[in-house]
Design a protein around this ligand. Structure first.
Ligand SMILES: *Cc1c(COP(=O)(O)O)cnc(C)c1O
Length: 453
């Protein structure tokens, strides 16, 4: 098997359960708090926004959760996804490391996002919901949920971060094709949007602002539910199908990863590929390193603080224990829109605090250099988000070369960049820059937070 370029599973080998790492965590994630009382909230507090079945998954401590058959059937449009051995990239780097990647770009929306969009739309549909709202950064999440919602007959409103709406018109067209309405955020449709625009009419928007708008619309209408594409426990849970498949595929190669790498926005694709391997670190003493890769311009894991913060900008969500740069933090308009989020999920934050996972930050130009090298060697053009993972895989392959060690590296290829080509155009024209925020900016943003822990 070890000479294979692609390692496939057949449909019958697709996992039929998701893995919930909370069952195996020694230090469980801290509970979400009510912003007013600062007391832990119960599941019922989330009921205006989410269907009960997803709330149950959000607080579940069961290790395995069944994937409904209708969801499995839709997954089978593109799953199981292949694992590739990146022989050409290895050769270009002249590294003794064996580099594998799990290719999540083969989904209808071009990323890992449909892995959770489909079950989320399904559980809403099962509870009779006919309209939903969400936000999207680069447009990946919005398109995944549009695809899923139209399948289950649900109307979807997508608040799209304005800078991406302007840079990436093709994502909007894709969402429209799948029947969704797309609104640039901040917008005049919500109180949260109007407030931001009155302070800064040229606001480029941020994921935090777009979340506020989508949450506000759902909270004000009993019949409308909200959906989040990352950060929350149930989203991370759905993504574990990536790592569960990869585990079987790595078994077929005879290699076991020394390092598993993924880019990090809110943590869902990172959780998806790493948690099944992390389980063996926790329960079987394996020593695989798990590396989360974030942009240097939005470095919540490497330079943020662990504390309670809101998931959105307006402060409408519960307080979540997380590594954060502060919910008012608006990162520079880099091209990896999906990684421009101020915080991180509660589970991944706890794991980082407990040093069970690691984080590295990467500047924009290094990510594009890595993305172009990958496209030239392996053929697929990565999403700018994905290039963060590739950049760190390359860093680690170079270290393996210096050390003369044949390490096995597995990274998640979270999505392709064929709808983000304008970003590459700007890179080739020399128009992209490195952004790194100063310690002062971080401290200023964090100083605005109330201390709860
Ligand atoms: C959304 C997105 C990400 C970041 O989100 P996570 O929840 O951290 O996984 C990464 N890569 C691609 C291609 C995306 O669309």
């Amino acid at each position: 098997m070890s000479k294979e370029k692609k390692i496939y599973l057949n449909e019958r080998e697709m996992p039929t359960q998701w893995y919930n790492i909370v069952a195996d965590m020694v230090n469980k994630p801290l509970p979400p708090l009510h912003p007013g009382t600062k007391q832990p909230i119960g599941p019922e507090a989330l009921a205006p926004l989410f269907p009960m079945s997803l709330i149950q998954q959000e607080v579940s401590t069961d290790r395995w959760i069944d994937i409904p058959e209708e969801v499995q059937d839709l997954y089978k449009i593109w799953r199981p996804t292949p694992v590739h051995r990146a022989y050409n990239l290895e050769k270009a780097l002249d590294t003794p490391a064996r580099i594998y990647f799990k290719n999540e770009s083969v989904s209808p929306a071009g990323s890992h996002k449909p892995n959770t969009a489909i079950p989320q739309a399904y559980y809403n549909y099962k509870e009779g919901i006919k309209s939903m709202t969400t936000e999207t950064g680069a447009g990946q999440w919005g398109s995944a949920l549009s695809f899923a919602c139209q399948h289950f007959g649900i109307n979807l409103k997508v608040f799209m971060v304005k800078v991406s709406y302007e840079q990436k018109p093709y994502r909007k067209m894709l969402m429209n094709t799948w029947g969704a309405e797309v609104i640039p955020s901040p917008s005049m449709l919500t109180e949260a949007g109007r407030k931001i625009l009155s302070q800064n009419p040229n606001s480029p928007g941020s994921l935090g602002i777009a979340i506020s708008e989508a949450v506000e619309v759902a909270a004000k209408d009993e019949k409308t539910k909200y959906s989040l594409g990352s950060v929350l426990n149930h989203v991370l849970l759905h993504q574990t199908i990536i790592g569960l498949e990869a585990m079987k595929q790595m078994e077929m190669t005879g290699d076991y990863p020394d390092i598993v790498i993924a880019c990090f926005g809110g943590g869902s694709n990172f959780a998806g590929i790493t948690f099944p391997f992390l389980r063996f670190n926790i329960t079987q003493g394996k020593k695989t390193r798990m590396i989360a890769c974030e942009p240097a311009s939005c470095p919540k894991l490497t330079r943020g603080q662990f504390q309670y913060d809101f998931g959105d900008t307006a402060g409408l969500t519960p307080l979540i224990p997380m590594y954060t740069l502060g919910h008012n933090f608006v990162p520079d308009s880099i091209h990896a829109g999906g990684l421009r989020y101020h915080g991180a999920g509660a589970i991944v934050s706890q794991l980082l605090k407990d040093k069970l996972i690691e984080a590295q930050s990467v500047k924009q130009l290094e990510t594009f250099e890595a993305g172009v090298l990958f496209a030239r060697t392996e053929g697929i053009l990565p999403a700018p988000e994905t290039s963060h993972a590739i950049a760190v895989a390359i860093r680690e392959a170079k270290i393996a070369k210096q050390e003369g060690k044949a390490k096995t590296i597995l990274f998640n290829f979270s999505g392709h960049g064929y709808i983000d080509l304008s970003a590459y155009d700007q890179y080739f024209a020399g128009l992209l820059q490195d952004h790194e925020i100063t310690q002062e900016e971080i401290m200023k943003s964090l100083a605005q937070l109330e201390k709860v822990i």
